[in-house]
Ligand binder design. Structure first.
Ligand code: NAP
Ligand code: HSE
Length: 440
């Protein structure tokens, strides 16, 4: 049986999981593929570190370059994270014609186009199933399963850490900082957890999904990003009272061309922000570290993909899928599915200011006559309608939360109105705005 020698770079949460999963199911995979996957070299930062998986000292090294350049290594598996060394070693491997498997969404978001071009130039493939949504095979879904569809909507819960935090804040009333520490301990969070809680990890993933769905590589700078840091238990409580659950959503929407726009120019919304999801919608019941991606195609209609979005085993499962594809490509001597096929050169990302949606507003106001009138006047001047109001009783003369649900309005109009509201003397803390999704 043919053997493919793996050079695994990084043996932390994901790399360790891959070694473990290969020990467990390597023979099964060999019988399914007709190719044996052999862990030949493993690069780490610290040789003395205690690991959850046993790796023979003879194959361990700290010299990343020696793994990439070793002529015995057929396939490089990049699992160190970051965008500097990871980019260099991925390019070095591709230049030698060696295929690379990566779980690194930050790398793809920042350097995807360069890496795909190198893959094409040097005839080596790049595989990245584990980069989005942990164990859910969503890259395969978009690139293969739904290839005959125009994708009109993607709504994704794609960050396990944020979903875990929001779920525990809602169900247990837990504190943000405590739950984040648990997510780190469980191996869900990035080495730099602000990538998770400030929405950037979800943006990297949403950009990858948008690019695959719409055929032009989305520049991460064009993605509007808000994280979950400002969401409080109070917002979660009011959202529940109003029949909603707060989720960090990656949203990719094809927007009908505005009147007078050049023919054929497609515009898409690509954004990540905390969203009020109606409790009746399936995404509202996706809890803990689970991810779910709702994809609408013009032929298939609505589809949903669900599974663990982070953590050792879920991510290892996605890496194994890429290892299998890479091994089969090596066996048959060609890359059967290229990493990314650009096909929509004219695509453009719609500016956030132009996006129209509904909103939840939490204002901290002084409960005194005229407060609501002043706020309503500013919203009215901007032609922004209020659909409902909640203010807890019994706070006369004192600070109180005032919750306003707002009808459809342009983001630019809301931003302008909120700036004015924030300057009112009756406003005692910066206003908080959360967008509401109606999944039309
Ligand atoms: P991790 O636990 O921090 O592991 C990183 C590994 O890389 C460690 O083994 C570390 O060595 C090694 N490493 C770092 N810098 C190195 C260097 N300069 N030279 C040699 N080895 C180096 O990270 P992780 O959670 O496994 O994540 C790895 C990648 O997978 C990231 O791109 C991440 O975004 C992605 N990912 C993670 C998850 C998840 O749930 N954790 C899910 C999907 C994708 P030491 O062990 O010696 O420190
Ligand atoms: N930190 C990421 C998350 C890992 O929590 O979703 C999976 O990509």
């Amino acid at each position: 049986m043919r053997q493919v020698n793996l050079g695994i770079i990084g043996a932390g949460t994901v790399g360790g999981g891959v070694v473990q999963a290969l020990e467990r199911n390597g023979a099964l995979m060999a019988s399914r593929l007709g190719v044996r996957l052999h862990v030949a070299r493993v690069a780490v930062r610290d040789l003395k570190k205690k690991r959850g998986v046993s790796i023979p000292q003879t194959i361990l090294t700290t010299d990343v370059g020696s793994v990439v350049n070793d002529p015995e290594i057929d396939l490089v598996v990049e699992l160190i994270g970051g965008t500097t060394l990871a980019r260099t070693l991925t390019l070095d491997a591709l230049k030698q014609g060696k295929p690379v498997v990566t779980a690194n969404k930050a790398l793809l978001s920042a350097h995807g186009e360069e890496l795909f071009a190198a893959a094409e130039q040097f005839g080596a493939n790049l595989y990245y199933e584990a980069s989005v949504a942990g164990g859910i095979p969503i890259i395969k879904v978009l690139r293969e399963g739904l290839i005959g569809n125009r994708i009109t909507r993607i709504y994704g819960i794609v960050n396990g850490t944020c979903n875990y935090i929001l779920t525990r804040m809602k169900l247990e009333g837990a504190d943000f900082a405590d739950v984040l520490a648990d997510a780190q301990r469980l191996g869900y969070a990035e080495a730099e957890p602000s990538l998770d809680v400030d929405g950037y990890d979800a943006a990297h993933k949403t950009g990858i999904l948008a690019s695959l769905a719409h055929g032009f590589w989305v520049n991460p700078r064009d993605i509007y990003v808000e994280g979950i840091r400002n969401i409080t238990k109070l917002d979660i409580r009011f959202a529940t009272q109003l029949g909603y659950t707060i989720r960090l959503l990656g949203i990719v929407k094809k927007i009908a061309p505005a009147k007078g726009s050049p023919k054929g120019e497609s515009q898409i919304q690509v954004s990540v922000y905390p969203t009020l999801v109606p409790d009746s919608h399936v995404l509202a019941s996706v809890n803990d570290v689970f991810n779910a991606i709702y994809v609408r195609g013009d032929v298939v209609g609505d589809t949903l993909y669900y599974g663990r979005g982070a953590g050792q085993d879920a991510t290892a499962s996605a890496v194994l899928s890429d290892l299998a594809d890479a091994a089969l490509d090596l066996k048959c001597g060609k890359s059967r599915v290229p990493p990314f096929v650009p096909h929509e050169r004219k695509g453009a990302v719609l500016k956030m200011d132009d996006i129209i949606c509904r909103y939840y507003l939490r204002l901290t106001v002084v409960d005194k006559p005229g407060t609501l009138a002043k706020i309503a006047a500013i919203l009215g001047e901007a032609s922004i309608g209020i659909s409902s109001v909640i203010q807890p009783e019994g706070h006369e003369g004192k600070s109180v939360p005032l919750i306003l649900m707002i009808h459809d309005a342009k983001n630019s109009a809301m931003r302008g109105a909120l700036a004015k509201i924030g300057r009112l003397g009756v406003i005692k803390a910066p206003p908080l705005m959360i967008r509401v999704e109606n999944f039309d």
